[in-house]
Ligand binder design. Structure first.
Ligand code: FES
Ligand code: FES
Length: 212
């Protein structure tokens, strides 16, 4: 059963005072709503605009790390991935965003010499780390041996996966997981190539490892 509050009906008796009419009820809730829209309601408290902005701001942290031998200090939103830090803050766009979910390896970089998916790595966890990206392993005049091997073996078509493949290959060689094509395939299995260049990629890694 519902109770209707009417302007014309006499207010029912109430020990705490007269019941609100529809008009006073609407006037009160509109005024409260106005404050809530201008500011904010958090945990049942009505906040001023600056208080609401401060309460809802994303937390940030300072992080100092080295990228390709250069030291940088940032204040970043705690949710920033290493991949976004590299691409958006440092304009190092060699590392690619494929799936952004740890499934393709296009974003592979080295952190303190270890292969990581930079899309899954939070930048704030890397204070003091040494990051190496595809931009940091060779120059146009002096390519990294694995970059040269990818060219020699024609180990790419569209090239989108290639920076991640090369960084993963560099890590794979450093780790010593290059005893056979099968071993290379196994240890590079996190790097997907939609163009299907796997046989040539494996050959490029194998040849570079053999030259070490
Ligand atoms: Fe990072 Fe695919 S973009 S694994
Ligand atoms: Fe196109 Fe690997 S070369 S996805």
């Amino acid at each position: 059963m519902s109770t209707e509050v009417s302007d014309s009906a006499p207010p029912p008796p109430n020990e705490a005072g007269p019941a609100p009419t529809r008009r006073t009820f609407i006037a009160t809730t509109t005024a409260v709503g106005g404050v809530a829209i201008a500011g904010g309601v958090i945990g049942g408290s009505i906040l001023s605009e600056p208080e609401a902005a401060a309460a809802t701001a994303a937390p940030t942290s300072r992080v100092a790390l080295s990228v390709n031998g250069r030291r940088h200090t940032f204040t970043v939103d705690n949710r920033t991935s290493l991949l976004d830090l590299l691409r958006e803050h440092l304009e190092l766009t060699g590392s690619k965003k494929g799936c952004n979910a740890g499934a393709c390896g296009a974003c592979t970089v080295l952190v303190d010499g270890r292969r990581v998916n930079s899309c899954l790595t939070l930048a704030v966890r890397l204070d003091g780390a040494e990051v190496t990206t595809i931009e940091g392993i060779g120059t146009e005049d002096k390519l990294h041996p694995l970059q040269q091997a990818f060219i020699d073996e024609d180990a790419f078509q569209c090239g989108y996966c290639t920076p991640g493949q090369i960084m993963s290959g560099v890590g794979c060689i450093e780790e010593g997981h290059t005893g056979s094509p099968d071993e290379i395939r196994e240890w590079m299995s996190g790097n997907i190539c939609r163009c299907g260049c796997y046989p040539k990629i494996v050959r490029a890694v194998e040849q570079t490892a053999g030259r070490k």
